[in-house]
Design a protein around this ligand. Structure first.
Ligand code: ZN
Length: 327
């Protein structure tokens, strides 16, 4: 029997959000800091508690929720056939020089959620974002497309021939860690030097130039020489990353979100496009870059879209219930 209510769980490195909805509208939303101590079950158990809280706010019994879509930061690792979270910014046991107050290596997210809910769908946050953008956003019905976030980090979700790519452990699309250049000063949180995220993420450029990221990008837009050189170099690397994906996967559309692109995409776009259209016309002709259509709601909508029945989707396309979620 199809349930009248669904929950979406968004798991980030610093914050978790739970949203509860029905066929017509968003009923409630609860946020809390991502837990970093206790047992490795602490995070999914907090997710379950937050769903209970969101149900209470919505005035429904917690048992009404039997289906949950989860958008989570990665990477994932399979253990005993179940998907586990192994994110270095949450799992203290994963990174050598961690200052996190835990020694977790794997968080048994699927196992714990499946003890409570009948249906659980978990995807990397950019894969979920792409599912949301394909269902409700800027690339509806597009068969060959990628969601790209350019923000404090850099992430990708990929869709080829109408299928979301997952890979052997659900990690397809970690293209932010593709190696781009021999650059000792471009250090990524993953430990790579000279990968795309190390070169261009807001956090990493800001670290390299010792300027807060927002200030740096604003100065670049205003024409300040040093900031502009750094940001235009980043835009070129970003464009090369997109070219590489277009060449490898025969992509048609890149739908781009994230805070850097939201604030600076308009003036950076020609620099990014130049890196794509200047090469291999047979592969790059017709490749387009579009802005994400769901804005700050992409994580919530993406998580819902993993479990949303088709008749709800047609109702949601008309009503756009996510627009009532506060930013
Ligand atoms: Zn990296």
């Amino acid at each position: 029997m199809q349930s009248d209510f669904l929950a979406a769980l968004d798991i980030g490195g610093t914050k978790m959000a739970v949203t509860v909805a029905n066929r017509e509208r968003i009923l409630s939303r609860v946020t809390a800091p991502t837990p970093k101590s206790g047992t490795p079950r602490a995070l999914p158990e907090q997710g379950i508690a937050m769903i209970g809280q969101a149900c209470a706010e919505a005035g429904i019994a917690a048992e009404e929720i039997q289906t949950v879509g989860v958008a989570s930061c990665g990477p994932f690792v399979h253990s005993e056939g179940m998907l586990c979270l192994s994110a270095p910014n949450i799992c203290g046991g994963r990174s050598g020089a961690s200052d996190l107050p835990n020694d977790w290596t794997l968080i048994p997210i699927e196992k714990v959620l499946c003890e409570r809910f009948a249906t659980v769908a978990i995807e990397n946050d950019c894969v979920a974002a792409l599912a949301g953008e394909r269902m409700f956003g800027a690339v509806q019905g597009e068969a060959n497309c990628a969601y790209v976030t350019w923000s404090t980090g850099v992430g990708f979700g990929l869709c080829v021939d109408g299928r979301l790519l997952r890979g052997k452990q659900g990690n397809a699309g970690h293209a932010g860690h593709m190696l781009m250049a021999e650059r000792e000063d471009a250090v990524c949180g993953c430990g790579n030097r000279g990968d795309l995220e190390g070169l261009i993420s807001g956090r990493n450029i800001a670290n390299r130039l010792q300027v807060p990221a927002a200030e740096l990008f604003d100065a670049a837009q205003a024409g300040e020489t040093r900031a502009q050189a750094a940001v235009l170099e980043a835009a070129s690397f970003f464009g090369r990353g997109l070219y590489n994906l277009a060449a490898i996967l025969d992509m048609k559309t890149f739908v781009i979100g994230g805070s850097v692109w939201q604030h600076h995409g308009d003036w950076l776009k020609p620099h990014v496009e130049a890196e794509i259209v200047s090469r291999m016309p047979a592969l790059t002709e017709g490749v387009t870059i579009v802005n994400a259509g769901l804005g700050s709601h992409v994580a919530d909508v993406g998580a819902f879209s993993l479990v949303l029945p088709e008749d709800w989707a047609s109702s949601w396309r008309l009503r756009k219930p996510w627009e009532t979620i506060p930013d």
